[in-house]
Design a binder for this molecule. Structure first.
Ligand code: N01
Length: 557
């Protein structure tokens, strides 16, 4: 095993093309991973496809884009100076402010010199004879690294629907997940929005206020809760800042989704109708994602779930003046919360505007798009511009775009052909020294992403330091541990109502994608404990080996 490159610990690569770690992506995950690895003195190269840092917040710049987790909680916790000095302006930060924050972090921690922008990673291949990854990028270069970390994001691979005639449309076509950087002006235009998920629900009110006419094409009605967004006062900011250690601890350890909220001590059917209604009213008035936390069994028990779903359906009927439109906007084919619940500002009320039309494409599907219209059965809806708010190939889409080749020439796409298989969402057996941040099989998209990102980054950085300190070269998830974890993730998911919806959590929005519930639903607190225990037991379920043991390990795994 003479060719083995040991983890340098020197801080800079002796050869510019060889690194200790290659990180793919410079969003919140990639940037913090770089910061931690550099802190260990390792040489790191980050490749980012976009023209700047920020990941999701670089691409998703559609009108009305903002975070649905409150600003004081959707921020890094790793630096107290950072969390004390940054001023969030609103309860829910708008996309430009989050992007500014990402840029501030890149500058403040001097991350930019190690980030190569406008560079896509196309291929990563593991060389078993040298225990080295070769990473090929879109500029035609290949670098080598001991470790590769995929910080590619869960909702980064925008899905353009396969609708006949789309390429014949003469007006401009936009995707919410790939919005242009220059301003888009919809004034005097007839605009069509296809899709009614979170991105549409945020953008529809803003586009409606600009456009001559807006037609919203809805296949599945979604549940949405008012955001009640407002400016943050200095007192509110100070209150969070002075309590940050405790707020962060609670988010990490006690909350299922990493968002601090009052935890319910009872189920929806334990209260009488009046008490239940009063609680729903209070959460509706408070606004935001915590609506699903009114009771402890809303995603477990269909009868309990129905009480919350009925409440929201009643609200829709109260807000929307046209009863037929209200009926169409009332979700009727999935439990509330089984698809990611949306958070809006005036979404339902927007359908009271005279310049907004809702078209039901569940009963009247889109047949094709012509040069100037969306054609549904028996009718052309003329539009000058089209907005595709049609979502993402979630969780696995961005990973699948990279040709990742592990042991024995097996690609990750071959291995995941029937659904993603990981141990703890962090590694996949047969792909040594390849980590995934917030991968399938971890809480990721079911949580406050920054809480989950920080947990994974810290775990990976600690693991790499552990290996270096012990002269270990290669780490790999064992097939047995992976199989058990995949079965556990599946079992927990199926004890809830989540699999009852055709959601992107299940891969159901991508034709041909295996339908497997991808994120781990056990909660961030429990999951963190599991990961910590695994590490405390010498990385139980992972095989780790020094150079001379590697061949043996490959045979036994
Ligand atoms: O995407 P989606 P999104 N013909 O997949 C429809 C996060 N996010 O970008 O449900 C017609 O939810 C599709 O219809 P259906 C958040 O986690 C966060 O809105 O498949 N329609 C659906 O209505 C969110 O969950 C924030 O029947 C088609 C819509 O397009 C996730 O990103 C903001 C179609 C897609 O909805 C994704 O949200 C925004 C077709 N061929 C997003 N294909 C915040 O932080 C798809 N649709 C607030």
């Amino acid at each position: 095993m003479s060719a083995v490159q040991s983890i340098s610990g020197k801080g800079h690569a002796a050869n510019a093309e060889t690194y200790d770690v290659v990180v793919v992506g410079a969003g919140f995950a990639g940037m913090y991973m770089l910061h931690r690895l550099r802190g260990l003195g390792l040489s790191v190269r980050v490749f980012e496809q976009g023209g700047d840092v920020g990941g999701t917040w670089y691409w998703n710049r559609y009108p009305g884009a903002r975070c649905d987790v409150e600003s004081m909680q959707y921020s890094y916790s790793f630096s107290d100076e950072l969390q004390q000095e940054w001023d969030w302006s609103e309860r829910y930060a708008p996309q430009p402010e989050i992007l500014k924050y990402a840029n501030h972090v890149a500058d403040r921690f001097k991350l930019r010199p190690d980030i190569q922008l406008d560079t896509r990673v196309d291929r990563a291949a593991f060389d078993e004879s040298a225990n080295i990854w070769s990473v090929t990028t879109s500029d035609g270069k290949t670098v080598t690294a001991k470790f590769v970390v995929l910080a590619t994001g869960c909702l980064s691979n925008a899905k353009v629907p396969e609708i006949k005639g789309l390429s014949d449309f003469k007006g401009k076509v936009y995707h919410t997940g790939h919005w242009p950087h220059e301003p888009v002006d919809f004034a005097w235009l007839r605009v069509g929005v296809i899709g009614t998920g979170s991105s549409a629900i945020q953008s529809v009110p803003v586009i409606a206020a600009q456009a001559k006419h807006l037609t919203v094409f809805q296949r599945t009605a979604n549940f949405s809760i008012p955001a009640r967004n407002t400016a943050l006062t200095p007192e509110e900011r100070d209150s969070s800042r002075s309590n940050y250690p405790e707020i962060r601890r609670i988010a990490r350890e006690e909350m299922r989704n990493g968002i601090v909220q009052e935890l319910p001590d009872r189920g929806a059917l334990d209260d009488g109708a009046n008490a239940r209604r009063a609680k729903y009213e209070a959460r509706w008035a408070y606004g935001g994602l915590t609506f699903m936390g009114v009771y402890n069994n809303l995603v477990l028990d269909k009868a309990a779930n129905d009480t919350a779903a009925d409440f929201v359906r009643e609200k829709i009927a109260e807000i929307v003046s046209n009863p037929q439109t209200a009926k169409l906007l009332q979700p009727d084919n999935h439990p509330i919360g089984s698809k990611r619940i949306c958070v809006d500002t005036d979404y339902y009320a927007t359908f009271n505007r005279p310049n907004v039309t809702l078209v039901d494409i569940r009963s009247n599907p889109i047949e094709e798009i012509t040069s100037n219209a969306v054609r549904t059965v028996g009718r052309d809806h003329e539009v000058d511009a089209l907005v595709l708010a049609t979502g993402f190939d979630a969780m696995t889409g961005s990973v699948a775009k990279i040709d990742i080749c592990g042991r024995d020439g097996q690609t990750l796409n071959q291995k995941w052909a029937e659904g993603p298989k990981t141990y703890l969402g962090l590694m996949s057996a047969g792909f040594p020294n390849l980590f995934i941040i917030t991968g399938p099989g971890s809480p990721s998209v079911l949580s406050n992403m920054i809480v989950s990102i920080e947990q994974h980054v810290d775990w990976i950085a600690d693991c790499v330091a552990y290996m270096r300190d012990r002269g270990l070269e290669v780490m790999e998830a064992s097939k047995e541990a992976e199989d058990k974890w995949v079965a556990h993730v599946n079992e927990v998911a199926h004890s809830t109502l989540y699999p009852q919806a055709n959601s992107w959590y299940m891969g159901a929005n991508i034709p041909g994608k295996p339908q497997i519930f991808m994120p781990y639903i056990g909660g961030v607190g429990a999951y963190r404990q599991i990961c910590n225990n695994v590490a405390a037991k010498g990385y139980e379920g992972f095989a780790m080996a020094a150079a001379e043991q590697v061949q043996k390990m490959a045979v036994s795994s």
